[in-house]
Design a protein around this ligand. Structure first.
Ligand SMILES: *Cc1c(COP(=O)(O)O)cnc(C)c1O
Length: 378
């Protein structure tokens, strides 16, 4: 129940143990085709260029940035948490002329401030995080997408934590480049990063005057391996792709809508239970709380590390601590993929009460569990 990697279904782990075939073996090429088809469904896109980058979510981030950015290009990076900051760092390293927009941790961006910045800086690319795992805040994208496109810029979105846990509608929102990670709501071990590029993004890449700064992440070359040519680029991590294939099958068998509803239900129950224990979320506006990552303020008098250690040692529950300026101030409780379950919510609320009691903090006995149960029964 941390911020990822999340729990992995046994069939996904079993898929990883299947025999390793060659990266051009007909069986593997079929796996690749099916992976692309399933990723398009999960991203809700028709984008031809939809595939999994070999590497974790940050590799997908680098891939999107280095392919869209040439040295000297102007880019706006929206930073309201650790991962928005990482986008800015990657963009600076890629040679972009970066304008950083900042919001305090726990807040989201207002379309009006993006509009003003886009007007002033005329960027080629605007980068923003959909689900900020460091703060638990969900960034609404609809209006921002319109603003960015009206200004002729490209929209780059971090969907690492949102994909397969809440709607990520690439085509409906006209997102030009997006990346995710295998180990959050998709429920696969870390190691692959799904990415998707719109036709407009590919046109911008084709119009580059300079080579992409990263050989490994060059979409032009990767396209020749994932496309009809099947030209060798690098040896695909075969067994990781088996795992992602099986994890995506589970996602689609459940159905996207059902999966989103399951994440919301367990989030609601957890939130109700925590509220009954007097524990508050750290997200500024309650409408922007992520279902899969619950960032709460550590109650007064509770020892951050002590509680997390006892949760792990006595109950086998991992939760995350705060990142960046939230270190020591928040706990991050994940309900990602397999972990979004009634069993986890009930166990966690009971375990947390126990750990708080051990430190002399006494919420009304059983109130958290009772409230969560009532939410489940309603
Ligand atoms: C986890 C995460 C990343 C980084 O992914 P890694 O797999 O750790 O490289 C980027 N952005 C967000 C929002 C994340 O939650």
């Amino acid at each position: 129940m941390g911020p990822g990697p999340s729990d992995i279904h046994a069939s996904v782990l079993a898929a990883m143990a299947a025999p390793t075939v060659g990266h051009l073996d007909p069986y593997f090429l079929q796996i690749m085709d099916e992976l692309q088809t399933m990723l398009r469904q999960v991203f809700q896109t028709q984008n031809q260029m939809t595939m999994a980058i070999s590497g974790t979510g940050s590799a997908g981030m680098e891939c999107c940035v280095v392919n869209l950015i040439e040295p000297g290009d102007s880019m706006i990076a929206c930073q309201n948490g650790v991962f928005g900051g990482r986008i800015a760092d990657v963009a600076v390293r890629a040679g972009a002329n970066v304008t950083k927009l900042e919001r305090p941790f726990g807040e989201v961006f207002d379309p009006a401030e993006i509009a003003a910045a886009v007007d002033q800086h005329k960027p080629k690319v605007v980068g923003i995080v959909h689900a900020e795992t460091s703060t638990g805040a969900l960034q609404p994208l609809e209006e921002i997408s319109k603003i960015v496109h009206d200004a002729g810029a490209l929209l780059l979105v971090d969907c690492v934590t949102s994909l397969a846990g809440l709607p990520v509608e690439i085509d409906k929102l006209s997102i030009d480049a997006a990346y995710s990670g295998s180990q959050k709501c998709i429920g696969c071990p870390p190691g692959l990063s799904p990415v998707t590029f719109s036709t407009k993004a590919l046109e911008a890449i084709d119009a580059r005057k300079t080579k992409v700064a990263s050989w490994y992440l060059d979409i032009g070359m990767l396209r020749n391996y994932w496309g009809a040519d099947r030209a060798y680029h690098h040896t695909a991590p075969i067994n990781m792709n088996y795992a992602l294939h099986q994890a995506l099958r589970l996602v689609l068998n459940e159905g996207l809508e059902a999966r989103f509803a399951r994440h919301r239900l367990h989030h609601e129950a957890l939130k109700t239970g925590l509220a009954a224990m007097g524990i508050k979320y750290s997200v500024a506006n309650a409408d922007h709380c992520l279902p899969m990552l619950n960032s709460v303020l550590i109650p007064d008098g509770a020892d951050d590390v002590g509680v997390r250690k006892q949760l792990l040692n006595d109950f086998g529950i991992e939760i995350g601590g705060g990142l960046g300026p939230m270190k020591g101030k928040t706990w991050r409780i994940g309900l990602m993929g397999e972990a979004a379950s009634k069993a986890n919510v009930i166990l966690f609320l009971g375990a947390l009460e126990h750990c708080l009691n051990a430190q002399g903090i006494k919420p009304s006995p059983g109130a958290g569990l009772a409230a969560a149960n009532a939410r489940y029964l309603s």
